[in-house]
Design a protein around this ligand. Sequence first.
Ligand code: NAD
Ligand code: UGA
Length: 447
Amino acid sequence: MKICCIGAGYVGGPTMAMIANKCHDIEVAVVDLNEERIAAWNSPSLPIYEPGLQEIVEERRGKNLFFSSEVKKYIKDADVIFISVGTPTKSYGIGAGQAAELGYVEGCARMIAEVCEGPKIVIEKSTVPVRTAEVIKSVFTGYDKGHLFEILSNPEFLAEGTAITDLDNPDRVLIGGDSTETGKKAVQTVVDIYNRWVPRENIITTNVWSSELSKLVANAFLAQRVSSINAISAVCEASGADVDEVANAIGKDSRIGPKFLKSSVGFGGSCFQKDILNLVYLCEHFGLADVAEYWHQVIKINEYQRKRFTRKIIHSLYNTLKGKRIAVLGFAFKKDTNDTRESAAIYICRDFIEEGADIAVYDPQVDAEEIKGLTSEKVEVCGSAAEAVAGAHAVLVLTEWDEFKTLDYTALYESMVKPAHIFDGRNILDLAELEKIGFNAFGIGKA
Ligand code: NAD
Ligand code: UGA
């Protein structure tokens, strides 16, 4: 069997590396129009940082795992084609700011229709609005090749930073397909691939629309938990309760559960915001204005949380940041990834630059040029936490990288302008200990 995955990004790369690793008899090609990205996948320095990824890519690359920019060639040869291209929020025209940009997906469908002559299974791996399979089908029909393709939905649930363990041991795999004979056969083909390492009871099969919608709903529910606890963090600060203690207390209720209750400066990443906006847009499209408003609130609380944190810092620094050095530890949207998409750090740095602050950033994985590009050329990107913090009025911890938990905060304090402030946007530090050192220490949801 030959698999081709269109899109060598955060999903296409790791997902296909895992399939190649588990199924040595399947030839897996990951293709992308971006030649630079493909060159990086074929080099010792992969384009994305993800624990455990390098090892499996090095193990399978050149054997049954290939990265190529010859997109059409591999599409033509494949039996199964995954579409794993971006579906960002549309920035123009109808639905701007909410609807998903489906141009890349449509582009893939057209390419597939143009080059394929024999029957194929085409799988939506990208996160798409419900009923996107209909769009793909209509493109195929337009090329008079509708009969050649079976379209399935197989959304991806991996989280960045834990992609390899998530793929190796997924809570579930979801496959949506038609209930026609050919639809069922195609679903079975994909079930058989995952079943090489995922127990059958963890592979769910549904109709296409349930599968497409479930992906948006899963992200909306996850993001809602973060916004719920973040909303409560404001109540904690006002009342003297401690948000970590509240999260622990409620998370012990097995109906609520302990995961995804970490209060933070706000969720980031490429998907939560765009997928909820997409859900909101769909609800409006279906005339469900109240439902749309309900889910939109999850995003509003996220924006509120970021702004609340920014205001708290400005207020603590005597309402002026002009000429003050602010050290930012962490720029990625979460630990163990080099991804900065929608990272809270972007918004916070921009706000502080506007207030006249001098920003010094340290992140163990994010490229200096990327940080400057997202903020300002004037931002100083440092090679260590100590370098960023020296001479600063305040330190902000914006990503929960493990190394920030074990820094020598006494030495950092000594190198700062006094009074020295520290703002833990991730609640990973012991504020009482920091105060003993001499810091004015602030967390999220701590009075
Ligand atoms: P990405 O931007 O990292 O990668 C997409 C790639 O597709 C890019 O490299 C781009 O060059 C390529 N591409 C676009 N059009 C192409 C075409 N016509 N032919 C060949 N290549 C083309 O995106 P990503 O983070 O991997 O996300 C992909 C999809 O998966 C999105 O729909 C996203 O919502 C979903 N998803 C992402 C995650 C995640 O953690 N990042 C998790 C689950 C689902
Ligand atoms: C998320 C989902 O967890 C995946 O299941 C999904 O496949 C993916 O989106 C997607 O569709 O792209 P990801 O965005 O990579 O994965 O990372 P998460 O671990 O979900 O974190 C998202 C953001 O929420 C991060 O900024 C994180 O710091 C924040 N977060 C998470 C919190 O602030 N508190 C928490 O308790 C959990």
